[in-house]
Design a binder for this molecule. Structure first.
Ligand code: SAH
Length: 287
């Protein structure tokens, strides 16, 4: 443990004791206690005085208070009232006037306009919150996830962690691993390690209908990722609105596309996002 870690750890412990806060595991309450990592995350955000920063799950404000010094405004969405009481008190004690708090479930509220999203996320909502964020326009995000989740986000076809998540994100964002964060950097210490990634929206598929269909096809395919694509799609036919096996088989046959047949011969795990998109386009008449 270095000195930085001790100081932020001590500060956090003191605050929790002072306000008698018992952390709620179900809300993914693991607070960052490593000052060097905190500074690194904020530096990655390259925050300037024009930036409106969105933060999901600020906790007691470990990132929030420091970001507010650099940003035009920080808007945070926190579900837990007890945690917010502490954050509000700290904001008051420090006479900070550019932090806006939304006390709600980040999955349920509409997001306000923001330039960058910087958060140590509650990990139990990693997937839905990421896809929700991607429906909003923003410059980039600096987000901390469970390490394994981050690896799945980052993987390319042919790599060990290639998954539905990797394929789904491909046409939405460019993803870069910024730094790994070991479990010791949090209080209480979780069982898992974390990683910080940068997400830069790339908007490679602008057609909303096409992306919806791409999502459907990804969902159907990756339910059986070691099977041949055709078998996988037929087994997950409900994702494409089919109940009857034969009907889907016949419909695929009737599309009469050599290219489609060739792609559907491949194993799901070896299909690149581009190939899945091609399959989606070729299937579009029956989706
Ligand atoms: N960013 C802080 C806290 C991370 S812990 C830090 O780095 O120390 C995750 C935080 O997200 C907790 O404060 C938890 O109460 C909050 N949270 C959990 N689920 C949430 C949800 N659905 N919407 C908003 N906040 C949530």
């Amino acid at each position: 443990m270095n000195n930085n870690q001790i100081s932020l750890a001590k500060e956090t412990k003191k605050l929790l004791k002072k306000y008698d806060l018992i952390l709620n595991h179900n809300l993914g309450q693991n607070f960052l206690i490593d000052d060097a990592k905190r500074n690194q995350i904020i530096d990655f955000g390259n925050i300037n005085s024009n930036d409106t920063i969105l933060e999901i799950g600020p906790g007691i404000g470990t990132l929030t208070l420091k970001m507010a010094k650099k940003a035009k405004k920080v808007i945070c969405i926190e579900k837990d009232k007890k945690v917010l009481n502490i954050l509000n008190k700290r904001i008051e004690d420090n006479s900070i006037d550019n932090i806006e708090i939304i006390n709600d479930d980040a999955l349920k509220v509409d997001f306000p306009r923001f330039d960058k999203v910087i958060s140590n996320l509650p990990y139990q909502i990693s997937s839905p919150i990421t896809f929700k964020l991607l429906n909003y326009p923003f410059k980039f995000g600096v987000l901390m996830y469970q390490k394994e989740f981050a690896y799945r986000m980052l993987s390319n076809v042919g790599e060990r962690n290639y998954s539905r998540l990797s394929a789904m994100l491909h046409f939405k964002v460019d993803i870069e691993l910024l730094t790994k964060v070991p479990a010791e950097c949090f209080m209480p210490k979780p069982k898992i390690d974390s990683a910080v990634v940068k997400l830069t929206p790339n908007n490679k598929i602008k057609d909303k209908e096409l992306f919806k269909n791409y999502e459907k096809v990804c969902k159907a395919l990756f339910q059986h990722k070691n099977k041949k694509a055709e078998n996988s799609i037929i087994n997950s036919r409900h994702e494409l609105g089919y109940t009857d096996k034969k009907e889907l088989k016949t419909d695929i046959k009737n599309l009469n596309s050599e290219n489609l047949d060739k792609l559907l011969e491949k194993r799901v795990i070896s299909l690149s996002p581009e190939e899945i998109l091609e399959i989606t386009k070729l299937l579009s008449d029956i989706l």
